[in-house]
Design a protein around this ligand. Structure first.
Ligand code: NAD
Length: 481
């Protein structure tokens, strides 16, 4: 342990961290820079033996780490946050190289990771006296669960890994981070950096192929899976974890509606809502995915949204003024393109975009707005996870609320209105874990973050999120025998 030393280099040695050591594997693989199609450096492919070793080390670390004080854990988390902040520029560049997002957003993501770690550090789970009289005292307390596995997706590798590491270790639980095979680099390096502040086995990382997640969820050792990813995979994780009754938190997909009311400043709202649909090339669980605009302002809103979409610069993330990077990987690229094939098949009206330029290298998608597709079309009912969004119209409040809620998803939603009574009334009827008024996609480390319906089970972040890394215990203290 100690302060972040000069030997740490973001640009070399992408290795697993097991029991405090940097460990390679016989087989390696690599990610692809999605803006250029060029290979990124080699990373480990963890085997079942590596999983056993990390689980064993994590279990061993639990024995002592679970007994440390909150102050000691806070000190380690603060060290990691400071070190990550110190290396912001290098991490941001690496993130752009592996994930594709423009450098200013990559810097923002490192900043969010740091901010989240620091916010968690201000939280502490206290023992609560539930009842006390002359005869007895009942205390409710929270005890660490054990070893946690944090499974991270490829859209926000830094922010989401920090959102799992902080709460897990602060509540006394060692964690193994498993990054997405598409974006292993920053996560491997954050965990390597963490070794300067945490004892061996408390923060570990395993990079691998598609078989690694299932190996970890099926392993009898871990006590909890903190999973962020798609709904399809979330169901598999829950099924696998059920066999050993591991605790699970599932942060899954979304199909967020934005309801725009008649009284807004149309140009401002159109630009904001559309940018929140296209941010990170649409690859955000909480991106706006369906835009319901009041019919009285529909045409004007659509024209302003089109103007904004046309002004967006796409390109490699280090180029000046780029807002839209590529989508992150070939699988996602092909998936998003199926929505473009549907344009002709389904006879959707295209307000802007609609055609991709396949001549350039990289997984670039033209920002696209579909004008009033049918309510039951794929572009409305599914999560494309790319920069393509449907614009729909409404006139009756109850009807638009019913349409917004007519989905198995329930992650985020927003209402845009200058009448705060109206906004609040609509917002309170939306079935989603996070509902915003006059903004969207502004999470906070102190607010619970989770999905309703098939968008998840449980929630993370906030004081409540910390409790999900614990067992609850009722301690009954009888004052006399
Ligand atoms: P994904 O489900 O394909 O993969 C997520 C992670 O799970 C990866 O690390 C992957 O390797 C791993 N994994 C894959 N199969 C597994 C299995 N059978 N068992 C265990 N782990 C397995 O998701 P993705 O494509 O990386 O991410 C995009 C999805 O994630 C979108 O649906 C998006 O909405 C969702 N997402 C949700 C949140 C949230 O907080 N609710 C945040 C970001 C992304």
């Amino acid at each position: 342990m100690g302060s972040a030393g000069p030997q740490f280099d973001v640009w070399s040695n992408y290795l697993n961290t097991i029991d405090g050591k940097q460990v390679g594997t016989e087989k390696t693989r690599h990610g692809i820079n999605p803006a250029t199609g060029k290979p990124n450096p080699e990373v480990p492919v963890a085997t079942a033996k590596d999983v056993d070793a990390a689980v064993e080390a994590g279990k061993r670390a639990f024995v002592t780490w679970s007994k440390t004080s909150w102050d000691e854990r806070r000190k380690a988390v603060a060290g990691l946050a400071d070190a990550l902040e110190k290396h912001t520029n290098d991490f941001a560049k690496l993130l752009t190289q592996e994930q594709g997002k423009p450098i200013q957003f990559a810097q923002g993501e490192v900043g969010a990771g740091v901010m989240w770690l620091r916010a968690f550090n201000k939280l502490e789970l206290q023992e609560e006296v539930i009842q006390e009289d002359d005869d007895k005292k009942i205390i409710q307390r929270y005890t660490p669960l054990g070893l946690v596995v944090g499974i991270v997706p490829w859209n926000f590798p830094i922010h989401l890994a920090c959102g799992k590491i902080g709460p897990s270790v602060l509540t006394g639980n060692p964690i193994i981070i498993k990054p997405s095979p598409f974006t292993p680099y920053c996560d491997l390096k954050i965990v390597e950096l963490a070794q300067q502040f945490f004892p061996p086995g408390v923060v570990q990382a395993l990079s691998g192929g598609d078989d690694l997640g299932p190996m970890l969820t099926a392993h009898p050792g871990p006590d909890k899976i903190s999973f962020t990813g798609s709904t399809v995979t979330g169901k598999k994780v829950m099924e696998s974890a059920a066999k050993t009754l591991k605790r699970v938190t599932l942060e899954l997909g979304g199909n967020d509606p934005a309801i725009v009311c008649a009284n807004v400043d149309v140009a401002a709202a159109a630009q904001k809502v559309t940018s929140l649909a296209f941010m990170n090339s649409g690859q955000i669980c909480l991106a706006v995915k369906r835009i319901y605009v009041h019919e009285s302002i529909y045409e004007q809103f659509r024209d302003e949204a089109v103007k904004f979409a046309k002004s967006i610069k796409s390109g490699e993330g280090n180029e000046e003024g780029v807002f839209l990077g590529p989508v992150q990987n070939s699988m996602q690229f092909e998936k998003v393109k199926t929505f473009f094939s549907d344009i002709e098949k389904e006879k959707w009206n295209v307000a802007v975009g609609g055609k991709n330029d396949d001549s350039k290298p990289g997984y670039f998608i033209t920002p696209t707005i579909i004008d009033k597709p049918a309510e039951d079309s794929r572009i409305v009912t599914e999560e494309p996870f790319g920069p393509i969004v449907p614009l729909l119209t409404w006139k009756d409040e109850d009807d638009v609320i019913a349409r917004a809620n007519n989905t198995k998803m329930g992650l985020g939603a927003s209402v845009w209105s200058n009448d705060l009574d109206q906004a609040g009334r609509i917002a309170r009827q939306l079935e989603a874990g996070s509902v915003w008024v006059n903004t969207h996609l502004e999470p906070d480390p102190n607010a619970p973050f989770g999905g309703h319906k098939e968008s998840g089970i449980g929630f993370e972040w906030s004081i409540g999120g910390l409790k999900a890394f614990c067992n609850v215990q009722s301690l009954f203290l009888k004052k006399k025998v």
